[in-house]
Design a protein around this ligand. Structure first.
Ligand code: UT7
Length: 337
């Protein structure tokens, strides 16, 4: 067959835009106060609260696994839409807490939700994982590769805390947040600003399993982070990228109703608000206070909890931005479901 007689393959197109249709979340059931944290590390409840805004965090029990928390958060989001798992075309799990190289956590969650023929895969983009995955979901829907996508950020970081490192141990927490993303006639997920500062790839790392194998006293790989370096980078790069996400959405900071950055540290949130010159009319997410840092899960958990508490409303314009190990970042303006 010559190139002139070979038939051209056809391409498909999906919806013009996508939007988040509903969210759901689950938190680890054990409340760990700063007081209790300070029985494990050399610190004070006041130091932790002043430096981070955290007063307590949630740790999952042995029965609460990344798989069970992800499936439950997904189920809660689907139930709000009267949908079942078989009505989802793709399941994406954003996580660094799934310790089995294969199959993916998303494949297990798809099974548990009855999404038996959905595409399923994991995204490892650390604390930017939800925003990375939302970017993919939006692209899948607009390309026609999927109609409904279930995006779940889930972490069980309590297993990977290094209690010998008092500079980071108090930060981390467990939970899952889910978003059902579907087609929309108006733009509900704005242009993504995403990337990696790969020259800083060693700033936050989780050990690999070969290191664990050579230290039998460890059950899990541990998190190591140069917190001060992340903090400084967030002030410059993350601020600039957040501004870019607002501009690329064609709006100005004053048009935003709410700002939901990755819940890493309230002082980082404060500095971002200052640098972005967000007006007082913008509601600022402070979910970290009784939740701690749940990496890929922090933004979807925060969205769902802020809706539950009546702090935000359907139709609000929100800037979300995640940043973490890589060092990766991703942010976009979204419409609250
Ligand atoms: O989610 C992924 C992205 N991660 C982040 O965005 C984390 C960003 N970084 C941070 O949130 C902050 O850097 C931390 C909360 C992790 C640490 O706060 P910091 O203000 O940067 O503290 P530091 O590590 O610079 O330490 C300041 C001082 C040190 O004492 P000296 O050397 O000044 O005498 C530390 O030894 O605070 C001391 N310190 C503590 N003191 C009491 C460190 N940890 C503790 C502690 N309790 N737990």
């Amino acid at each position: 067959m010559t190139s002139s007689t070979r038939p051209a393959i056809s391409q498909e197109q999906g919806a013009a835009s996508s939007t988040i249709l509903a969210t759901g979340h689950v938190r680890g059931s054990r409340v760990v106060s700063n007081q209790e944290m300070c029985t494990m590390i050399d610190s004070t409840p006041e130091w932790i609260e002043q430096r981070t805004g955290i007063t307590s965090r949630r740790w999952a029990t042995a029965e609460e696994t990344p798989r069970s928390m992800a499936a439950e958060a997904g189920r809660r989001a689907l139930t709000k839409l009267d949908l079942t798992g078989d009505q989802v075309d793709a399941v994406i799990c954003a996580t660094v807490s799934h310790h089995r190289p294969s199959p993916s956590l998303a494949a297990y969650v798809a099974h548990d939700l009855g999404a038996f023929s959905a595409a399923a895969f994991d995204v490892n983009a650390a604390c930017a994982g939800f925003c990375y995955s939302l970017t993919l979901a939006d692209s899948l829907i607009r390309s026609g590769a999927a109609t409904r996508v279930l995006v779940i950020g889930v972490e069980k970081l309590s297993e990977m805390i290094n209690l010998a490192d008092r500079g980071t141990a108090f930060l981390f927490s467990d939970g899952a947040g889910a978003a059902v993303v579907g087609p929309s006639s108006t733009v509900g997920v704005g242009p993504a600003v995403w990337g990696t500062a790969s020259d800083k790839v060693e700033t936050i790392e989780i050990e690999d399993w070969t290191e664990v194998a050579s230290h039998p006293e460890l059950n899990h790989p541990l998190i190591a982070m140069d917190g001060r370096a992340v903090y400084k980078w967030a002030m410059t790069t993350v601020t600039a990228k957040a501004s870019e996400a607002i501009a690329r959405a064609g709006i100005s900071p004053a048009d935003l109703d709410v700002f939901i950055p990755h819940q890493a540290n309230d002082r980082i949130t404060d500095a971002l608000v200052r640098h972005l010159k967000l007006p007082d009319s913008v509601t600022v997410c402070r979910d970290i206070a009784d939740m701690g840092n749940t990496s890929a899960a922090s933004i979807p958990i925060a969205i769902d909890r802020m809706l539950d508490r009546g702090e935000i409303h359907s139709g609000d314009l929100a800037l979300i931005i995640g940043f973490g190990a890589g060092l990766v970042f991703a942010g976009q303006v979204i419409v609250i479901p």
